[in-house]
Design a protein around this ligand. Structure first.
Ligand SMILES: [Zn+2]
Length: 337
């Protein structure tokens, strides 16, 4: 029986080497445009819509696409076509679209390639077998925590936008001949998902936490994938981090630097008393041993204090007088010699 050849690539407007993604995108775009609901009473839009679905049915399925490609690229859309000798029929799983289109969902061309005239029972069996079990993919997310949280660890909740295949239409974008009401034709749904993450003490920028089976959900009973959370540490207003060590800048007066002093400095846990030796210089680094970040597996880094000598911007008359006396009396000449 001679039928009209259908160039499915031309129908979807994609190249013969188009990727699965390109095919899916082209199909969704065209299906939305020619959907019968958007073109009521338009017979040609309805025909076009059927054609688009049929093209997608073949090109989005690697087995059917391979078989279709065997026909070669020389066929013109609409040319008289007879399957090659010995073509025979093969059992290829496909979704029965007759429920969507009210019968006669596929063209004679399609039926001549992939078989047709199936009973309802066969169609059901095929539909079931085409729903393959598939494990979900791994997912990645980024989470920003404070330096204190990275140091101490603890439980944190994050909300992820989880994308999954639309459960109503199984990704086709249509249900019962209409645009799927759940996903509005997109084929996937996005929903917020709260996940509690246990951060171990000693986490660092770029640490990755694996949450088993919290990735994308599997299909038809398949296992979910894993979720990998990459930690980012928010910049701290006091401390800068270098490996296990932290540094903070502390302002001191000129007389504290000259005479030495004992001052209070902030630490990641609370604060500490620190001795400033007499004769300390601005920019000098002093070490607070073991006051740095917790290390994974125990131990701690160090904290460094960078001294910053500051002077009053609005000295009192008395202060001015004392500085003047000091200047006249002092032997200290920093720029001589
Ligand atoms: Zn849907």
């Amino acid at each position: 029986m001679a039928v009209k050849f259908k160039d499915y690539y031309e129908i979807l407007g994609v190249k013969r080497d188009a990727t699965e993604d390109q095919i899916r995108q082209a199909f969704r775009k065209l299906a939305r445009k020619h959907h019968p609901d958007l073109n009521p009473g338009d017979k040609s839009a309805e025909e076009r819509f059927k054609e688009i679905n049929e093209a997608n049915e073949v090109l989005s399925d690697s087995e059917k696409r391979k078989r279709y490609d065997q026909l070669g690229a020389n066929w013109q859309n609409g040319a008289e076509f007879t399957p090659p000798p010995g073509w025979g029929r093969v059992n290829v799983d496909y979704e029965d679209l007759s429920s969507v289109f009210g019968g006669g969902g596929f063209s004679d061309f399609f039926e001549s390639l992939f078989g047709g005239g199936r009973s309802a029972g066969q169609a059901d069996a095929r539909r079931r077998s085409s729903r393959r079990r598939a494990n979900g993919q791994d997912a990645e997310a980024e989470m920003e925590i404070s330096l204190e949280d990275a140091h101490r660890g603890g439980r944190h909740r994050i909300t992820l936008q989880s994308v999954r295949v639309c459960p109503t239409c199984n990704g086709s974008g249509t249900a019962g001949g209409n645009v799927c009401p759940t996903c509005r034709g997109a084929g996937q749904v996005v929903s917020p998902k709260n996940i509690d993450v246990n951060i171990p003490p000693g986490a660092r920028e770029g640490s990755v936490i694996k949450l088993s089976k919290q990735g994308q959900s599997g299909q038809n009973g398949g296992e979910p994938g894993d979720l990998f959370i990459k930690l980012k540490i928010k910049p701290h207003q006091r401390f800068t981090v270098s490996g296990d060590d932290i540094t903070t800048e502390v302002p001191i007066t000129a007389s504290e630097a000259v005479l030495g002093s004992s001052i209070e400095v902030p630490t990641i846990d609370s604060k500490a008393e620190m001795k400033i030796p007499a004769g300390s210089q601005g920019g000098q680094r002093l070490r607070l041993k073991g006051q740095g970040l917790n290390k994974r597996g125990g131990g701690r880094g160090d904290q460094y204090i960078r001294l910053k000598i500051v002077v009053p911007t609005h000295p009192t008359e008395r202060e001015k007088q004392l500085y003047k006396e000091l200047d006249e009396t002092s032997q200290f000449k920093p720029r001589s010699g």
